[in-house]
Design a binder for this molecule. Sequence first.
Ligand code: C2E
Ligand code: MG
Ligand code: MG
Length: 495
Amino acid sequence: MTAFQVEPMPIEGSFSNPTALHTLALAIAGMSLMIACAGLVSYLIDDNVRAESLEHLRRMALNDMLTGLPNRMNFNERLDLEIELARQRKSRLALVGIDLNRFKEINDLRGHHAGDEVLRILGRRMSNLLREGEFVARVGGDEFVAIYRLEEQAGLIDFLSRLEAALYKPVRLDNYQVTPGASFGVAIYPDDASSKVILVNNADLAMYRAKADLMHSVCFYEPAMDETVRARRNLAADLREALGRDQLSVHYQVQTSLSTGEIRGYEVLLRWEHPRRGFIPPAEFIPLAEEDGVILQIGEWVLREACAKAVSWKPPHMVAVNVSAVQFAHADLPGLVTNVLMQTGLAPERLELELTESAIFVDRERSLQTLRQIKALGVSIALDDFGTGYSSLDTLRSFPFDRIKLDQSFVGDAVSSPQDRPIIRAVLTLGKSLGIPVLAEGIETPDQLALLIEEGCDEAQGFLFGRPVPLSQILGSGQIALTGNDHERLGVVPS
Ligand code: C2E
Ligand code: MG
Ligand code: MG
């Protein structure tokens, strides 16, 4: 505010009208007072707004905006305090790691908006169930964590069952409902851990165990879990070295056309011969490689190896390479495929990539674009293990697949189980109506083969036609010959 001075105004050279001057002076004084008051009021309002903003910022810093629950920072501070309290009182506390079971699926199938709504509802449910000495925070996408001051075990069990009830109660969204479910991992301070870091780590270990356990949603930490994790980490480290040490190789399994009986191609299946443990099945090491990230290098190696070998096959059969969901999500697959095809000289029409639905669901838009780019190169795409995952009709409708691979679990029991045959028939009908050939996996017996031929299946693969074997064995059998000098390099005598 600018200071100002009030002086009586000279009228006609003298102060001839004192009443008017008095009134004027009073009016000016009144105005000045109003201005001063307005200044004071606005200052007070400013101060309130400032305090509100600060409170808002503080809330933002300590709470998750979506659910209103405390956030990771808040949780960290609270856990420090609770551990200190337990230490002073010589009492115990339980840390509960919570991970939603079906959140990814809700997000993928119903969209992020529905995902957010589910998180908001679950956040509200959890915050409403809390009592004295109980705390819940959201620490990641669908990860929550709870702290419970542990006086007696029965109280903890009651707390866990309240949490379980809140997360397993169905959530209604517009015209459908979902049951998110969750896995809970519990670690106790100080019984299971002497420090905060170890406590958090152990609750996490227990939570992962709960996730893998289909029978129990709650799992308490046990020291043996450390051993399992350590063993997995060691194996992942061995796997990282396996590539450079020539421990990886590929086997080939024949794929046959049922209408002509001719070979249509070979699926490439990775093999790892561990120096101490011998052959480790892909079902064990592929998930490990995905967790570790080394799948990117391994996947590239398999693709290169498969294309480099197939280029000199005679006749020029197709070669089918499995692509992991992680590889599909992270690597520039169209770029890699282009590069490998160029370097090896394999015709794109001879390469097929096998993908599972889980690879596509991560980001449908991006997946569709990637698949189109790969198809534009002339490479085909097969949908692997159909029937085991989402088996969504929408996937089949929206993606340009060249082949559906019916999972072996349906073929295995088809002859004896009355339920599996209608499923096989339905998938074959679906393939026919969409114009996509269906290849049945895992054919082991002539009965299974007869059934599939009767149902009009297009192609098949399984032990009945041939087990996965090294290339040298296929060359030895005469199914494939090599052009150029490749048989000499492989040490195989063509038959
Ligand atoms: P998949 O792609 O569905 O491969 C077929 C699996 O079924 C192979 O198991 C094969 O050996 C097995 N199989 C074939 N015919 C029969 C049969 O008649 N009966 C039975 N019981 N099994 C049969 P394998 O080689 O153990 O591979 C398992 C899975 O590991 C593969 O399933 C695939 O998902 C993955 N995998 C293998 N190699 C690679 C790879 O190079 N990259 C990636 N990302 N995954 C791979
Ligand atoms: Mg496959
Ligand atoms: Mg398969």
